[in-house]
Design a binder for this molecule. Structure first.
Ligand code: PGA
Length: 246
């Protein structure tokens, strides 16, 4: 364990997703009524695949759990391949039986963006047991883009160029979204537990910045270190820049 980084766990790439899924199963067994906030993206996708398998084997159930979506694009039609709600349904929600007791997507189709953000915030205000996060190459968590601070609220936020590019180039958005709705860092930090999931060498530098640099709105993930029950669960390639600075 690295001094000062007691919250960091580094796992071999081939074990990473299975271990995170196993930990989620353990949480669900300990508290079947878990209130869970979940991200989408390439990082959590293999975790969901592994979790679906574990749930199919009867190791735990989402049947009494509540799932809240961490963030969503504004202005993408419901059938856009990059939509976060559709992706979480595809990768997890629609693949488990029983389904979660409640799934709260961000209501971007039914409501004005500010109203949808307020709805998301109200659901989170009822309390979150566990929030999972990916890490953006620009240091964002959820869509708390650079400039966000520990007390940033749930809100509509303009997206930075790298985030817009990821939406079109990696997630297949038909047009680049200009804004998103994200759970605020304030609510993320109020979640009982936070797990930051980080994989791949291309995240190595930003992970080092988030964990070793000063708290910095330029790298909003750096504020997560304030959380008393933070776990950073990285694979070995993502942790390479931490090694070189030890
Ligand atoms: P990724 O995205 O998991 O697809 O790399 C992470 C993020 O930008 O939050």
């Amino acid at each position: 364990m690295t001094p000062g980084l007691e919250f960091l766990e580094v796992l071999p790439s081939e074990e990473w997703a299975g271990r995170v899924a196993a930990d989620l199963v353990a949480c669900l067994r300990a508290n079947p009524r878990l209130r869970l906030c979940l991200p989408t993206g390439d990082t959590p996708a293999p975790v969901y695949m592994s979790l679906v398998d574990a749930l199919a084997r009867g190791e735990a159930s989402l049947g009494q759990a509540t799932i809240l979506l961490l963030d969503e694009y504004v202005g993408l039609p419901a059938d856009d391949p990059a939509r976060c709600d559709a992706r979480l349904r595809r990768e997890l929600i629609d693949r488990v039986d029983p389904p979660p007791m409640a799934f709260h997507p961000v209501r971007v189709d039914e409501s004005a963006p500010e109203e949808a953000a307020a709805d998301l915030d109200a659901i989170a205000a009822d309390g979150l047991d566990l929030t999972l996060l990916g890490l953006g190459a620009n240091g964002h968590v959820g869509m708390n883009e650079p400039g966000s601070t520990a007390d940033s609220p749930t809100r509509v936020i303009p997206l930075t160029e790298p985030t817009r590019e990821v939406a079109t180039e990696r997630y297949g958005a038909r047009r680049a979204p200009v804004a998103g709705i994200t759970l605020g860092l304030d609510r993320i930090l109020a979640s009982r537990q936070v797990w930051l999931l980080v994989t791949g060498e291309r995240k190595a530098e930003v992970l080092a910045r988030a964990l070793l640099g000063p708290e910095d709105p330029g790298c909003p993930a750096s504020f997560l270190r304030r959380h008393p029950r933070l776990r950073v669960i990285a694979d070995e390639p993502a942790a390479t820049a931490l090694d070189s600075t030890r």
